[in-house]
Design a protein around this ligand. Structure first.
Ligand code: ADP
Ligand code: MG
Length: 763
């Protein structure tokens, strides 16, 4: 690692064994580079000097104060404790506090109550008499202003901290590092300042080409490291941060540009359209005409499949825009040309739904595996395609057969989950991979699948959540993009309402009389629950309750969530629904029971269907006009958007009720308000991004080694990303192997494989 020997060096060589051990233990960092790149999350800047009595409601404040009292009590309703700390103006002297924000409302006496949930560190450290720096948002409980779970840093611990001298403190920004319960931001800052003194900053590599750095007037890399960790003024860290942020964008975009170049240089098998085969027959039997968008995208795909370089395309389209048909037509072209196609879905339920609906859509063009194997209908082989389902939970015999059919080429279309990625799956001649609901699959997983073809296969990635341009550039930057922006004709508007049972308990009954009205008018109703049963822990219908939704609040355990079984039982005794045929549907049912339930609902024999999110895709009952989502706050934005797309399909206006027991103002209710406020998927995806942790959006946790972005925010920094993309395109275009940019190449390797450091020798 010639270039970055300094960055790769073990930390103990620069900060000593003891500090290195502490940093490794608490932050998991072992190299000079990893700690240097452990940037402050933010900085506390000089603000207006003011008293606690003037802290403004609803604003982020930073203040220095002395602890008056500290007490801890157990919570009654659920497990956990609350530590209350009362702080006051330090000796009553104004001028010691830093307060951000300007609009001062509400005056209170010079004390402030701070509550910490499970605040073990607060309990131990914030002892009466201690001075500390607090920062958080001012809220009001019952007329008193306070802070909840603020960040805090003790000031008395360390005589060297600038925090001791109010003058100095007021002048210098204070870096705030992502700290842990055991290792404070303060201690991290101290270790890093030692590092800055001992490291040879002039040895550090600079991934940004000199010409770009000059154009952007970036700080030299050594100075930037110094100033991002130890700024003397706000301008210092801002300049440093600008540079590292751009550097991050450039490394990422160069990685994507290099990947695009590599993909474009690959050779694939051309799968040209063949006249009068499956695709032609399929088009003849389609019961509707393709939308203009479907036709246009279809043309693009058809042309790209016919070339001997691999297609790498992202298809974005609103819920219900008809992506499946587009994908299926592409698959049929490949099958017609003698290849196989694989469709990858993120969950078993979605895979099974695709399997059902694709076979239904194909009708006689789908060949039943049993019959064809007997050879009884062998004559039909040329006129039909075998569609095979392959999931992890299939019975062994069926699974073996599916594996065999994929390997022998008997299966023309294979539909599955992650199971398709496992080692024992092979294909006879895999020509096209379609990935549905991309954001749960990372680049690495796409690569595993690609490796299953003899030659690089064509790739089509589909996503229902429209993706902001910069996210597309960042996460899917190695793919070309197509968009389906119109819905098939006959879709009626859906109105969505949040039903808050906390403030209006009476509405619980109203939901069911509203359902009755809908049913009496001849229509049908979906009721969606987050769980299947009441007793079984954690059986959200597989993979479907988006973790982000649950994580945001962390109160899942405390609430009894609506389950399919309990709701069915309740509704059978519900007076408003007397005599209404209703049925459960969920992923744990026997497949025969499940199909029967679906068939009954489709045929309008069942009027009300109580289900998990199995109905999220594939289900298409035009007569359904009302959807009730219980404990709707347990679902993510895109999932709710997708769910409500199940009503309003037959030209009848649809209604969606998002029922929640959370109090108004609860953070998780903001998602519901967002979904109710618009049916524009693009707007929702922007909102989704704001509310979710970015890591989820980027799929970092699912995509294996990929590191998350540090300074770059895909929504905020659109211009930076766009500029970096252009630069990257130019750099990689002129120098695909990056021989003239070794430091950039190395930064890319580091980015793509951050665990690398785990393998480096330690001593
Ligand atoms: P999504 O893009 O959400 O995956 P689907 O492919 O599931 O959408 O399509 C939604 C429904 O619309 C399906 O029932 C499908 O048969 C139907 N559909 C697709 N294309 C058209 C069209 N051009 N005209 C009418 N209905 C269509
Ligand atoms: Mg779909």
């Amino acid at each position: 690692m010639g270039m970055s020997a300094e960055l790769d060096l073990g930390l103990e060589r620069r900060i000593g064994k003891r500090s290195a051990a502490v940093i490794e233990k608490h932050l998991g960092l072992t190299t000079v580079g990893s700690l240097l790149n452990y940037f402050p999350r933010r900085y506390l800047n000089r603000g207006e000097l003011t008293l606690i009595s003037e802290v403004p409601l609803d604003e982020e404040v930073t203040l220095i104060a002395r602890v008056l009292s500290n007490s801890t009590r157990q919570m009654r309703a659920r497990r956990g404790s609350i530590t209350d700390v009362v702080i006051s103006d330090d000796d009553g002297k104004p001028g010691l506090r830093l307060v951000g924000g300007s609009d001062y409302r509400g005056k209170v006496p010079g004390t402030l109550k701070i509550s910490f949930f499970n605040g073990f560190r607060a309990k131990k450290e914030l002892l009466p008499g201690r001075r500390a720096l607090f920062s958080g948002k001012v809220t009001s409980f019952g007329g008193h202003l306070g802070l909840t779970n603020p960040d805090f840093h003790l000031l008395d611990e360390d005589p060297d901290t600038p925090g001791m001298d109010p003058e100095k403190l007021a002048a210098m920004p204070i870096p705030v590092y992502p700290a842990t319960a055991k290792l404070t931001s303060w201690s991290i800052q101290k270790v890093i300042s030692t590092l800055l003194e001992t490291v040879d900053l002039s040895e550090l590599p600079d991934p940004i080409p000199a010409a770009v750095a000059a154009r952007e007037k970036f700080l030299p890399v050594a100075e930037a490291y110094q100033l991002i960790h130890a700024p003397e003024s706000p301008a210092d860290w801002q300049h440093a941060r600008d540079r590292f942020r751009y550097q991050e964008a450039l490394v990422l975009q160069s990685a994507l540009a290099r990947r695009r170049a590599q993909l474009a240089a690959e050779e694939a098998t051309a799968r040209r359209p063949v006249a009068d085969r499956l695709l032609a027959a399929f088009d003849r039997q389609l019961p509707f005409t393709l939308t203009a968008g479907q036709a246009a995208v279809g043309k693009t795909l058809s042309a790209e499949l016919g070339q001997d370089t691999p297609m790498n395309r992202l298809l974005q389209g609103e819920v219900g825009s008809g992506k499946t048909i587009v994908a299926l037509r592409a698959m049929l072209q490949v099958v017609d040309a003698g290849g196989q196609a694989a469709l990858l879905a993120p969950t078993e339920v979605l895979a099974a739904q695709h399997f059902e609906s694709i076979r239904r859509t194909l009708g006689p063009l789908s060949r039943d595996p049993m019959l064809s194997r007997d050879g009884l209908l062998g004559g039909l082989a040329g006129d039909a395609v075998q569609v095979t389902l392959l999931t992890g939970s299939m019975p062994t015999a069926a699974r073996k057969q599916a594996l065999l059919d994929a390997a022998s080429g008997t299966a023309g279309i294979v539909i599955g989950t992650h199971a398709l990625l496992s080692d024992n799956v092979s294909f006879y001649d895999l020509g096209l991979i379609v990935v549905d609901e991309q954001h749960r699959f990372g680049v690495e997983q796409r690569d595993v699948l690609r490796s299953k073809a003899n030659k690089p296969p064509h790739l089509l990635v589909m996503t229902a959540t429209p993706i902001p341009r910069t996210v597309a550039m960042t996460v899917f930057g190695d793919l070309e993009t197509s968009v389906l922006d119109e819905l098939p004709a006959g879709r009626a508007p859906i109105s969505t309402h949040v039903v808050g049972l906390a403030e209006n308990p009476g509405w619980a009954g109203r939901i069911w009389s509203r359902s009755r009205e809908e049913i009496d008018a001849g229509h049908q109703v979906y009721v969606v629950c987050p769980r299947i049963g009441t007793d079984d822990d954690g059986d959200f219908s597989p993979g479907e309750a988006e973790p982000a939704a649950a994580d945001l609040e962390g109160d899942g355990a405390a609430r009894e969530l609506a389950s399919v079984t309990a709701v069915v039982e309740h509704l059978q005794g519900e007076p408003a629904l007397t005599g209404v045929p209703l049925a459960p549907l969920h992923g744990r049912q026997d497949p025969a029971v499940k199909s029967a339930a679906m068939a009954d609902f489709t045929a309008n024999r069942t009027k009300l269907l109580v289900s998990t999110t199995v109905i999220e895709v594939g289900v298409d009952v035009h007569n359904a006009t009302l959807m009730v989502v219980l404990d709707a706050d347990r679902f993510g934005i895109s999932q709710l958007h997708q769910l409500r797309g199940r009503v309003g399909r037959g030209g009848l206006p649809g209604t969606c009720l998002l029922v929640t027991t959370l109090e108004p103002g609860h953070p998780s209710r903001r998602r519901l308000d967002a979904v109710a406020s618009t049916t524009d998927g693009f707007e929702l995806s922007q909102e989704d991004l704001k509310l979710r942790r970015e890591g989820d959006i980027l799929g970092a946790s699912q995509s294996g080694g990929r590191s998350t972005l540090k300074l770059l925010r895909v929504l905020e920094h659109e211009d930076i990303i766009a500029r970096a993309r252009e630069d990257a395109q130019e750099i990689v275009g002129q120098d695909p192997a990056l021989v003239r940019h070794p430091q950039l190449a190395e930064a890319i390797d580091e980015y793509l494989n951050p665990e690398k450091e785990a393998f480096l020798e330690r001593g």
